[in-house]
Design a binder for this molecule. Sequence first.
Ligand code: ACO
Length: 335
Amino acid sequence: MHTTKIAGVGHYVPENIVKNADLEMIMETSDAWIQERTGIKERRWVPQDSDDTPSVMGTKAARKAIADAGLEVTDIDFIVFATLSPDYYFPGPGVMVQEQLGLPEIGALDVRNQCSGFIYGLSVADQFIKTGMYKNILLIGSELHSGGLDKTTRGRGVSVIFGDGAGAVVLSRAQEGEGKIHTTKLHSEGKHAKELALLGPSTTNWVDAMIEAQDPEDLSYYPYMNGNFVFKHAVTRFQEVIHEALAELDKKPEDIDLLIPHQANLRISQFIQQKMGLRNDQVFNNIQKYGNTTAASIPIALSEAKAEGRIKPGQLLCLAAFGSGFTWGSSLIQF
Ligand code: ACO
């Protein structure tokens, strides 16, 4: 059995910064409300005329991660792409990255686990490397939320939270003494699927029926989130799944060098930090700058944390996520 290391990290965010004050101009909201409830000061939103799409942003992040790993693009032998905002309904963006990077006809897998997508993808890639099937896997999390949000007062409970961007890692077969993915833990609870979802158009909300109805009050085109309900589940599940991973390794919260939680809401991260008794220097947050970028939030944070010198080789890293599905997961990694 082989072991998997994180060989390289990279991220890309669109240039266009949307501050809370900019949102005050288009909906009834305030910088004070957004900062107090979420910690978010600004986010990146791709302008409508931009060439950036989830696959294009993912490819930009991927090139940086491949360079960071000291590899050539042609060393990549498999792609895993996690997103809830794919370029198209189908096909998924994994194949577009294969094309954009000019790779030969390698496999490309799309992961549909929303905020937990990066950790689900990490787990899949880890198994492929452990068995020896692949040697260097490109794992991307990329999101373009801004094109699908209700940016009116009606949608403010959701739209102020989400941002665009992409992060990528290269996962490689490790040599003795190098980094290691110790474990990944994955969970789901589908009974809450509709508490955080985009329901239409889909195979249950038929396009024909929606076109025929032409109902301007039909909100199923936009993401729906039962914010309070999601918040309450998130704070419990984050802690559970981190403890589950720590228990497997016989470790305690104080052994974590850096926790990178999915950037859902700064208040959620702070609640977990406090409940687990973690110091400020043990937790990484950047939601203030980017908002919630769902599947992209952990790899963007990982890339920034490395660039800032917050993670060093040999340190114990904990990743954790919770989101739509509900799905949640964690991973303990020796960097
Ligand atoms: N600006 C001003 N007022 C607002 C805004 C806004 N942007 N949004 C909502 N409000 C108002 C509401 O209308 C409501 O007013 P009312 O009391 O007059 O009815 C009031 O503020 C309170 O609204 P709540 O929704 O109860 O606010 P809450 O404190 O729950 O905060 C939030 C909302 C920030 C969304 C929070 O619930 C949250 O962060 N939830 C978790 C989000 C999350 O973790 N998602 C999972 C990941 S995402 C994924 O997987 C796709």
